[in-house]
Design a protein around this ligand. Structure first.
Ligand code: NGQ
Ligand code: ZN
Length: 476
């Protein structure tokens, strides 16, 4: 196969440490063909890259349209008791306004931001399917296509996760405000899912499936859905929201007599193709069984903080080998180092101790290194795509940290990730390659201006100001 790219990297991230320098050859299919510590014979004219090159990160949980809510739900004009559920009511008002064009523009802006932050793939948990009145569009895949278009335009790796949504709660019919999310039954959804397969495949995207949550998918429907889709693709990635809010745990206990994670582990074939998003309210007895299942927990620390979810028992879960990845979910903010920092800081605030999530065997116990490597591997597993580490055969999804960034000055391989993550040096991400293609150069995505112009137009045309959002009719 033809060689696409040859890089001589000053410090190349490797599973066991660093290669300084490291030589990387990428083939035309975007995969790494060779990694070596010495100049391979026959190389000339290759590119020299200073600083630190790491595997790109998966953002394993995104609702792209919610990027339109930034800064619009952080106020409490009438002193009400604000919560996840009052936020959700505002979020639904935004969802009601989205159309295929605005979704494409919002998602494109978001994906530029994700790439500039160092994310090289996204798990798009997509439940906005239908027209404003809840009827399918003439082409029912229109809104999924808007997501695919944004990923293709920006070069972000996509695992599209169309959501199955049926009920408004355990034993509760769906609310009219959820009409755009719904499918009548798993058979209708299966046909929709199959109609997405060719277009996703042609564009190089991965197609997974997302039963929204135990409260939105009755158990009989959940099993029919899983049977149907796993028969079509045994490797299909399955993502669902679980045990995020206490009210949801209480409702599950009332309905099933078990907490959500315990019920799911006991009734569904949860394993390495699964991603349990949030799992914030994980009970002590659920920790070992969940870790043993091999599934990935999808942590979204900034959104979980923003929505007042609580603190995931990270120390206990990592201690028993639990796998995790990170997502930015509602995109209240977008920062890669920020998600990892907040994961560790939540544990410190809870336990009143320091350096809780490191691992003695890795880089002298560097917490940054452990968090980064863990989230890269868990993210790639959860999306079924992307590099889990930089090795031959893996896609060349790479990010470069600039060693001249003032907050990284003086740091070598052992502490560079700690400086970046705990120093909040987001801007140190200077270059990003996805499948060997450089899409961010000197901190700027090639579509930054164009994406921002289209986004600005949508903001003015379709996105309400916060005060208007507070006042608007629930339906629109
Ligand atoms: C979502 N987000 O689907 O966008 C949800 C809110 C719900 C989070 N759970 C809606 N963070 O859970 O019903
Ligand atoms: Zn979510």
């Amino acid at each position: 196969m033809a060689v696409a790219l040859r890089l001589e990297v000053e410090h190349l991230h490797q599973p066991s440490g660093w290669l300084s320098p490291g030589f990387v050859e990428v083939e035309a299919d975007g995969r790494i063909a060779q990694i070596s510590a010495t100049l391979p014979p026959g190389w000339d004219g290759h590119e020299r890259i200073s600083g630190f090159v790491l595997p790109g990160m998966a953002n394993l949980h995104s609702h792209a349209f919610q990027r339109g809510l930034v800064g619009r739900t952080e106020r409490n004009p009438d002193g009400r008791a604000d919560s996840f559920w009052t936020w959700r009511a505002l979020m639904y008002r935004l969802a009601a306004r989205i159309d295929p064009e605005s979704l494409a523009a919002i998602a494109t802006q978001l994906y530029v931001e994700l790439l500039e932050a160092g994310y090289t793939s996204v798990g798009e948990f997509h439940y906005l399917h239908h027209d404003h009145d809840g009827r399918p569009y003439g082409d029912p895949t229109l809104l999924s296509q808007a997501i695919l278009e944004a990923a293709t335009l920006t070069g972000l790796g996509l695992c599209h996760l169309p959501v199955y949504y049926q009920s408004g709660g355990f034993d509760r019919p769906a609310d009219p405000l959820q009409a755009r999310f719904l499918h009548a039954d798993p058979e209708v959804f299966l046909r929709f899912w199959q109609s997405l397969q060719p277009q996703m495949k042609a564009a190089g995207a991965t197609l997974g499936v997302a039963p929204h949550s135990l409260r939105a998918v009755p158990e009989a429907a959940l099993f029919r859905l899983l049977d149907g889709i796993q028969a079509l693709d045994p490797e299909v990635r399955v993502h669902l929201h679980i045990a995020e809010q206490e009210a949801e745990v209480a409702a599950c206990l009332a309905h099933h007599g078990q907490r959500p994670v315990a019920w799911l582990l006991g009734h569904a074939p949860v394993g390495r193709t699964w991603c349990l998003v949030h799992a914030t309210q994980l009970a002590p007895a659920e920790i070992v069984p969940l870790a043993k299942s091999g599934a990935v927990v999808g942590l979204c620390p900034t959104t979980e903080a923003n929505l007042g979810d609580g603190i995931f028992p990270g120390v206990e879960y990592l201690e028993v080998g639990g796998r995790f990845g990170i997502g930015s979910d509602s995109h209240a903010s977008v920062g890669l180092s920020e998600e990892l920092r907040l994961f560790e800081y939540g544990q410190r605030l809870r336990d009143r101790r320091r350096n809780l999530l490191g691992s003695p065997g890795l880089a002298g116990g560097s917490v940054g290194r452990r968090l980064y490597d863990g989230a890269v591997a868990g993210g790639a597993q959860a999306l079924g795509r992307g590099a889990s580490c930089l090795a031959v055969g893996e896609p060349a999804d790479l990010i470069r940290l600039d060693p001249e960034h003032p907050r990284l000055l003086g740091h070598g391989p052992d502490t560079i990730l700690d400086a970046w993550i705990f120093g909040s040096a987001e801007a140190a991400v200077r270059d990003v390659w996805v499948g060997g293609r450089r899409v961010v150069r000197d901190g700027r995505h090639f579509l930054r201006e164009k994406a921002a112009r289209a986004f600005r137009e949508v903001v003015h045309r379709a996105l309400p100001e916060a005060s208007a959002l507070d006042r608007s009719e629930p339906g629109g």
